[in-house]
Design a protein around this ligand. Structure first.
Ligand SMILES: N[C@@H](CCC(=O)N[C@@H](CS)C(=O)NCC(=O)O)C(=O)O
Length: 119
């Protein structure tokens, strides 16, 4: 679903496209956000820290709670090249790693480009 909101003559794009989130960029131009997926468990501090960073950046994400859906842990490990800890994070289908890797990308200034990458 894609909603377009017009405010004071400039376009502000909000909502969710099929491939990811669309939000306003410079001059109100739409920026396609890569879809973000995160495998978590409820009592995992690293999971909460990773989700906090994404939320602070106004990035929406699809969450798979492998405690509630244990059958999906194997899917997580397959996609994460054997990574078995939570969280496991994917941006645009690319495996990022866990919480530490997500924060390292942010510190290096590489997270936003990855989230905003086309394709
Ligand atoms: N360095 C990892 C640490 C992740 C981690 O240790 N997660 C814990 C839960 S908070 C875990 O999955 N431990 C293994 C297990 O529970 O089997 C990261 O940054 O994501």
């Amino acid at each position: 679903m894609l909603r377009v909101q017009v405010t004071c003559g400039s376009l502000h794009w909000r909502g969710q496209s099929r491939t990811g989130k669309v939000r306003a960029g410079m001059f109100g131009m739409p920026v396609i956000m890569q879809p973000v997926e995160i495998y978590t468990t409820p009592f995992c501090g690293f999971c909460h820290a990773a989700k906090r960073l994404l939320t602070q950046k106004d990035v929406s994400f699809a969450e798979v709670d492998v405690a509630r859906e244990p059958q999906r842990r194997q899917e997580m490990m397959d996609r994460a090249n054997g990574g078995y800890t939570v969280p496991q994070i994917f941006i645009g289908g690319t495996h990022v790693g866990g919480c530490d890797e997500l924060y390292a990308l942010e510190r290096a200034g590489k997270l936003d480009p990855m989230l905003n990458a086309e394709g």
